[in-house]
Design a protein. Structure first.
Length: 63
């Protein structure tokens, strides 16, 4: 049981550790350059990148 909880902790730690930088970057980018087109593009990029990061942290893929 402890091993399972530890692996879930590792997944969430790795995902949020790297994901916060992605979210922060696009937040600051959208605050600096306010454009509807940029907001739509960055929303799509955030979804794709966070999905890749999540899959990487779950399956321990190294890029």
């Amino acid at each position: 049981m402890k091993k399972i909880l530890n692996s879930f902790g590792d997944v969430f730690y790795n995902f949020f550790r790297e994901g916060i930088w992605i979210a922060g970057f696009f937040y600051l980018l959208n605050k600096t350059f306010e454009s509807e087109k940029l907001k739509k593009i960055s929303k799509g990029v955030i979804i794709v990148v966070l999905t890749i990061l999540f899959l990487r942290s779950v399956f321990y893929l190294s890029f």
